[in-house]
Design a protein around this ligand. Structure first.
Ligand code: FES
Ligand SMILES: [Fe+2]
Length: 448
């Protein structure tokens, strides 16, 4: 493929009423290789949240594209990130998900590194008959060219040629603040996480996290369960909001630069959320506008390329790590205010378990659907996919009463009833996908 062929995968002409993506974008192994190179290795990726490494020598591991990463807090209280591969023979040095360690000792031949990535020991060095040329080499872990934190969210990049994180995130920062400002002491992951894999492309998750249209057909068993709960039977402790009340609510989509996107609607029953009792505290701390976006809206925030924070049924943060063109590894955390009251934490957990995760009522439906899409993509006859068009006629230039109230300026937005179930949320991600692929193929920098 060359740069001028990128538009045979993303047909981006909303002013003519057209936005289509070709199934090969999800199924061609050659494109997957290019995505690793031109997207994952050249843009910011979410790594961890700051409270995971609150103390000196705390660490957490992550992956950018296919590169293993080690994130540490140094004894001097700095946050640093390294390629988690030993300088000796390339084995991963740290093999745990998180913890606290003064030294990271490579299990293969025992080379040791500290939280600054500095090589502090080469096992049996003196007896090793090393030449001066070896001594002259740097043996430290390779630092990531870029690491930065926004409101407790740690990001890293394998390339130095990226805009500052603040600029990369742009106006979607307002919605990240809505996530991270829910507790007076910040946010944490409830201990533990869920990991699962599916046999499908990573962009199936990217899309689905922005897809209100599938809910009433994919998740019919959840609707059945809700009907039973309405009669007082089953897991009423989860206190889910009533989907029937949602159709008439106001909602919309904001598409931002650099691939970020948000889908939202007015919460039909905000009293069902575990932060509702903190209503007053939040309002006083962050002001009325932000408090109302925290408390009274359902929000699905997507940070391109592979992090999403859905806040509808419960509050979770997930990453989707591409493994192969048709394999993706999901990692899901339950987000919560630090120091939350135990009864509210229990309420939160009952919601976290209810809908999402392989043990929940909805994720198995979604995962099965991704795998069936991946099977359908094998049909060479299929041609352009048509699932990016709902709501296209309602796109505005990003300036309306809602964006003015918040003080943001998305590139495009759609506002209307939830029942529109707009697919415009996909546009900015696929537009950015095409932009980065084209830049890479043309030999240009990702950001000029
Ligand atoms: S690969 Fe790490 S010490 Fe040999
Ligand atoms: Fe779903």
């Amino acid at each position: 493929m060359d740069a001028k062929h990128v538009n045979s995968y993303v047909d981006d002409r909303p002013s003519e009423g057209v936005f289509r993506v070709h199934p090969a974008a999800y199924s061609d192994p050659e494109l997957f290789e290019l995505e690793m190179k031109f997207i994952f290795e050249r843009t910011w990726s979410f790594l961890a949240i700051e409270s995971q490494i609150a103390k000196p020598n705390d660490f957490v591991t992550a992956t950018i594209g296919r590169t293993p990463v080690l994130v540490t807090r140094t004894p001097g209280n700095a946050i640093r990130a390294f390629v988690n591969a030993c300088r000796h023979k390339g084995a991963t040095v740290c093999r745990m998900e998180q913890g606290n360690a003064r030294y990271h000792v490579c299990p293969y031949h025992g080379w040791a590194y500290d939280a600054n990535g500095k090589n502090v020991d080469i096992k049996d060095r003196r007896a090793g008959q090393y030449a001066a040329a070896f001594d002259a080499e740097n043996h430290d872990l390779l630092p990531l060219p870029k690491v930065a934190v926004y409101n407790g969210l740690i990001f890293g990049c394998l390339s130095p040629d990226v805009p500052p994180l603040d600029e990369f995130l742009g106006d979607i920062k307002f919605f990240l603040d809505c996530v991270m400002d829910q507790g007076p002491n910040g946010m944490e992951f409830v201990p533990g996480r869920v990991i699962y894999n599916y046999r499908g492309n990573w962009k199936l998750q990217l899309d689905n996290g922005l897809d209100p249209y599938h809910l009433t057909s994919t998740h019919t068993s959840f609707i059945e369960v809700q009907n039973r709960r309405r009669r007082g039977a089953g897991n009423v402790e989860a206190r889910q909001f009533d989907w029937e009340k949602r159709a008439a609510t106001r909602g919309g989509v904001f598409g931002f630069s650099n691939g970020h996107s948000l889908v939202w609607n007015d919460h039909p029953q905000p009293e069902n959320r575990p932060i509702y009792p903190s209503n007053e505290e939040i309002r006083q701390r962050v002001g009325d506008t932000r408090a109302s976006w925290i408390l009274s809206k359902l929000r699905q925030t997507t940070i391109f390329p592979n992090m999403q924070i859905p806040e509808a049924i419960s509050q979770l943060l997930r990453t989707f790590q591409p493994v192969a063109v048709d394999r993706t590894m999901m990692r899901v955390y339950c987000l919560a205010p630090i120091g939350e009251r135990p009864d509210l934490r229990a309420w939160r957990l009952r919601q976290f378990e209810d809908f999402f995760n392989p043990t929940g009522i909805a994720t198995p439906d979604d995962v099965a659907t991704y795998e069936e899409c991946q099977r359908g993509f094998q049909a060479k006859e299929l041609g352009w996919l048509q699932g990016y068009a709902r709501g296209i006629a309602a796109i505005d230039g990003g300036e309306n009463e809602v964006t003015r109230e918040i003080g943001i300026r998305p590139n495009e937005s759609v506002i209307g009833k939830f029942e529109m179930q707009s697919e415009v949320g996909f546009h900015s991600c696929h537009r950015e996908w095409a932009r980065l692929m084209e830049a890479g193929l043309a030999g240009r920098k990702a950001y000029e």
